[in-house]
Design a protein around this ligand. Structure first.
Ligand SMILES: NC(=O)C1=CN([C@@H]2O[C@H](COP(=O)(O)OP(=O)(O)OC[C@H]3O[C@@H](n4cnc5c(N)ncnc54)[C@H](OP(=O)(O)O)[C@@H]3O)[C@@H](O)[C@H]2O)[C@H](O)CC1
Ligand SMILES: [K+]
Length: 494
C-alpha cells in the first residue's frame, strides 16, 4: 500500500473528482458516510458527542459527520471555529447542518469558549487535516489545549489537528491534538509511523473513501506500507516431489560463551521458516547446548566451503572481540552473494567502518536504531534516520531493515517500506535473533533478497501478533514467536 504526501493526496482527490467523476461535495459526503459507519461501530447512541470543526475541508467532514450523527439520534453539539473564511464545501456543510439542526451549531470567531460537556463525551476533532501548513496559534491553539485537557476520548478525522502528515518539528510544546483513535482517509500518513507522534495519533484505522484506483496506480511514492496482500503471493508453494535439498542450507554464525541461546533461537527460526538444512557455527562450549536444544541442526566449530550454503547469517551473540571480527572479515572477503548481518556483526562493522564496503551487494543488515546510529552516525529524529537509511541502502546497494514498531526496509533502489505487523510484546531478548533466523530460512529457500526482507519482517510480526493471542505483551518471549511461525504461514494461505 502506497504512502503519499499530503500534497499528493490533494492531487489524488482532484483526479478522482475529475475522472470518476464526482463533485467535491459528494466525495466529502461519501467520505463522511464511511466515517459515520466507523464511528457508530465503536460508540453507541448513549455516548454524548462534541464535534469541533475548522474552516477547511477537514471541518467540512466534521460538520457533515455531525449532521449524520444527529440524524441517527446521537446527542451531539457542534462547535465551528471560524475566525476567517470557510472552504466552499465546509460552507455547504455548515448550511446543511443549520438547515436541519439549527440549534446544534455554535460558531466561535475570536475567542475560544469551552463548550459544557460531560466527562463521558467523545470529542470529534475536525479542526485541521491534511491542509495544515504551519503550527497552530490563537483560537486554534486554544481549542487544541482545551481538547487535550478534557480527559475525554478523542476521535481525529484524518490527522490529529496540528500534526503535519510528514515531518514534524520536535518541539513537544506545539499544540497538537492527542487522539484516542484516528480515522484516516484512504492512506496511512508517514507521521503515523514515527515513534515521536505516537501520543498524538493513538490507534489509527484507514477508511477507504474510494479514491480513483488509476490515480493511486499512476502516482509514484518512495514510501509504502507493507500489508498482507503484498506478501500473500510471495509465499512459495512446495512441490509434492520436493526433498530437504529443495529448500536450501542455511549457515548460522552465532553464539559465544554464555550466548548459546542466540544460536538456538536463530537456527530454530531458520528451520521453522522452512530451510531444508541448518548448520550452526559456534564455539565448542556451545555444541551440547545447541545440539540438545535443536537436534535438527548440524553444529560445526570450523568453517569450510561457505559456497555450499544457500544463505549465511552472521551476528547474533558473537560478541565484538578480535576473534569474531576476524571471522566476519574472512566471511565477507570470501563470499560474493548476499548475506544477512545482525547484532554484533553490525557492532564490529561500526568499529571498523571499512568493512561496510566488503558487504556483498544485495545483503540484508538488520540494525535497531542504536546499532543504526553506531553505523551511520547519530540522528536527531526518526525522519533523519529514515533519510540516512535510504541514502546508505542506495550507496552500499544493500537492504537495511531498521527495526522498530513499524520496522522499515530501505531498499537499494531507494524505496522505504514500513511493516504493518507486530506489537510491543516483541520488544524482548532474542526477538531480533528470530528475525535473523527467518531471513536466513527464506533466503536459503530461494526467495529473492527483496522477497526475503519483506516476507520475513511481515511473518515475524504476524507470528508475534498470533503469540499475543495466548500471551500478554509482558509475558511474550522470543520462543513464542518461533512457536507461532506455523500459524503465521497458515494465516497467509487461508
Ligand atoms: N482524499 C481525501 O483524503 C479527502 C479529504 N477530505 C478532507 O479534507 C481535508 C483536507 O482539507 P483542506 O481544506 O485541504 O485542509 P484543512 O481542513 O486541514 O484546512 C486547510 C485550511 O486551513 C488553513 N491553514 C493551514 N494551516 C493553518 C494554521 N496553522 N492556522 C490557520 N489556518 C491554517 C489553510 O490555509 P493556508 O493557505 O493559510 O495554508 C486552509 O485554508 C482532509 O484532511 C480530509 O479531512 C475530503 O473531505 C474528502 C477527500
Ligand atoms: K483532524
Amino acid at each position: 500500500m502506497k504512502i503519499f504526501s499530503t500534497s499528493q493526496i490533494k492531487q489524488l482527490d482532484q483526479y478522482t473528482i475529475e475522472h470518476e467523476p464526482i463533485s467535491s461535495i459528494d466525495l466529502m459526503e461519501r467520505a463522511t458516510d464511511k466515517l459515520f459507519h466507523q464511528f457508530i461501530g465503536r460508540y453507541s447512541q448513549l455516548q454524548p458527542v462534541c464535534i469541533i470543526a475548522g474552516q477547511g475541508n477537514n471541518g467540512g467532514d466534521a460538520l457533515a459527520l455531525g449532521r449524520k450523527l444527529l440524524h441517527a439520534g446521537y446527542t451531539a453539539s457542534v462547535v465551528l471555529i471560524n475566525p476567517t473564511t470557510l472552504s466552499p464545501d465546509c460552507e455547504t456543510n455548515k448550511q446543511r447542518l443549520l438547515d436541519e439542526f439549527p440549534t446544534a451549531l455554535n460558531i466561535l470567531q475570536q475567542q475560544f469558549v469551552a463548550p459544557a460537556i460531560s466527562d463521558d463525551t467523545v470529542i470529534i476533532d475536525g479542526l485541521f487535516g491534511s491542509g495544515l501548513s504551519r503550527p497552530l496559534t490563537g483560537i486554534f491553539a486554544e481549542t487544541v489545549h482545551w481538547i487535550n485537557q478534557t480527559g475525554c476520548e478523542v476521535v481525529a478525522i484524518d490527522i490529529p489537528s496540528g500534526l503535519q502528515g510528514e515531518e514534524n518539528s520536535t518541539d513537544n510544546k506545539l499544540p497538537i491534538v492527542k487522539a484516542t483513535i484516528t480515522y484516516t482517509l484512504q492512506f496511512p500518513k508517514l507521521a503515523f509511523l514515527l515513534p515521536e507522534n505516537a501520543d498524538f495519533v493513538g490507534k489509527w484505522e484507514i477508511i477507504d473513501i474510494g479514491i480513483h484506483p488509476k490515480a493511486i496506480e499512476q502516482t509514484t511514492s518512495d514510501y509504502s506500507y507493507l500489508v498482507e496482500e503484498d506478501i500473500r503471493n510471495q509465499i512459495k508453494k512446495r512441490s509434492k516431489f520436493s526433498h530437504k535439498g529443495s529448500f536450501g542450507h542455511a549457515l548460522i554464525i552465532a553464539g559465544n560463551n554464555g550466548m548459546a541461546g542466540a544460536s538456538v533461537l536463530t537456527a530454530k527460526a531458520a528451520l521453522r521458516s522452512g530451510a531444508g538444512l541448518v548448520t550452526v557455527f559456534g564455539p565448542e562450549c556451545n555444541r551440547i547446548i545447541v545440539q540438545t536444544a535443536i537436534p535438527e541442526a548440524i553444529f560445526k566449530t570450523t568453517l569450510t566451503a561457505t559456497v555450499n550454503y544457500n544463505a549465511i547469517a552472521i551476528g547474533p551473540g558473537i560478541g565484538t572481540q578480535a576473534e569474531s571480527a576476524e571471522i566476519l572479515k574472512d566471511i565477507l572477503s570470501q563470499i560474493n552473494k548476499s548475506c544477512i548481518l545482525d547484532a554484533d556483526a553490525l557492532n564490529i562493522i561500526s568499529q571498523q567502518n571499512d568493512l561496510l564496503k566488503l558487504v556483498p551487494e544485495g545483503s540484508i543488515i538488520t540494525p535497531h536504531p542504536k546499532e543504526f546510529d553506531r553505523l551511520f552516525g547519530i540522528s536527531d529524529s526518526t525522519c533523519q534516520r529514515i533519510s540516512k537509511a535510504q541514502e546508505n541502502a542506495k550507496k552500499y546497494k544493500i537492504y537495511i531493515i531498521l527495526k522498530g514498531a513499524h520496522s522499515l526496509i530501505a531498499t537499494p533502489s531507494g524505496r522505504l517500506i514500513f511493516n504493518s505487523t507486530g506489537n510491543p510484546g516483541m520488544s524482548t531478548a532474542g526477538s531480533g535473533d528470530v528475525l535473523t533466523g527467518i531471513l536466513a530460512g527464506l533466503l536459503a529457500q530461494g526467495y529473492s533478497t527483496e522477497e526475503t526482507a519483506t516476507t520475513s519482517v511481515f511473518l515475524h510480526g504476524r507470528a508475534g501478533d498470533i503469540a499475543l493471542e495466548r500471551e500478554s505483551e509482558e509475558s511474550l518471549i522470543a520462543s513464542d514467536i518461533i512457536g507461532c511461525l506455523g500459524k503465521a504461514y497458515k494465516s497467509l494461505k487461508e
